[in-house]
Design a protein around this ligand. Structure first.
Ligand code: 13P
Length: 254
């Protein structure tokens, strides 16, 4: 049985002070949600302080990006061991904003996934089609390509521990959510592929999150579906009550 995971991707939001205040308040209230895993992904400058604020609580902390090299002349980048040093144990890899705005490719994403796993960070690997790809009925082909190339070289044991996030690009920050049926179709397809490539056991253990305009009022209907194992939440994760309401919906759907 997969424990639901509700992850908040703060993107480029919140100052250090705001991040720590949120994390401290979340830690105080997270005990009421024992059957759901919670995770927050603050900006890089807030990682260490947020990790310290939630220490001893069942709250994961994720970086939003990672470089594949351990160190070197890569201005502006940070490596997986450096992220571990902050106390964070997760990392988001291949978010569509990074693919679209910063030129990330399936190949660089695979290198980042490998670097994360080597450093014992858990990657959340993001995939998802654009509106043009959906309209051209290419969604499942795009997902196949992104999953296959993005986790190239991953073993079955590693797959069981990592997380995939299906985030249709057209649903991110637009208020336009994939319908629960569209999301479940994509998730079931991804799981079927994972089963084909890695076997039933590893595929059944791998959590697949949905992301794209998840809000307290639509979370329950999405999370009720068997292959939707949680949510990667952007905008609504910036508000503690909204984030907790989504986590509450996951608890009830579990
Ligand atoms: P929104 O929830 O703001 O649509 O963002 C989703 C997302 O990109 C999470 O990574």
């Amino acid at each position: 049985m997969r424990t639901p995971l509700i992850a908040g991707n703060w993107k480029m939001h919140k100052t250090l002070r705001e991040s720590v205040a949120f994390a401290t308040a979340l830690a105080a209230r997270a005990g009421a949600l024992p059957s759901v895993d919670l995770l927050i992904a603050p900006t890089a400058p807030a990682l260490a302080a947020v990790a310290a604020a939630v220490e001893g609580h069942r709250i994961g902390v994720a970086a939003q990006n990672v470089h594949w090299e351990r160190e070197g002349a890569f201005t502006g980048e940070m490596s997986a061991p450096m992220i571990c040093d902050t106390g964070a144990t997760w990392v988001i890899v291949g978010h569509s904003e990074r693919r679209q705005l910063f030129g990330e490719t399936d190949e660089t994403i695979a290198r980042k996934v490998r670097a994360a796993l080597t450093a014992r960070l858990t990657p959340i690997v993001c995939i998802g089609e654009t509106l043009a790809e959906r309209d051209a009925a290419e969604t499942l082909v795009v997902l196949d390509r992104q999953v296959q190339r993005g986790i190239d070289g991953v073993t079955g044991t590693e797959l069981a521990g990592l997380v995939i996030a299906y985030e249709p690009v057209w649903a991110i920050g637009t208020g336009r959510t994939a319908s629960p049926a569209q999301a479940q179709e994509a998730h079931a397809h991804i799981r079927q592929r994972l089963t084909q490539w890695f076997g039933v056991e590893a595929s059944a253990a791998c959590r697949i999150l949905y992301g794209g305009s998840v809000k307290p009022d639509n979370a329950r209907t999405l999370l009720d579906h068997p292959d939707i194992d949680g949510a990667l939440v952007g905008g609504a994760s910036l508000d503690l009550d909204a984030f907790l309401a989504i986590a509450g919906a996951a608890t009830r759907a579990a």
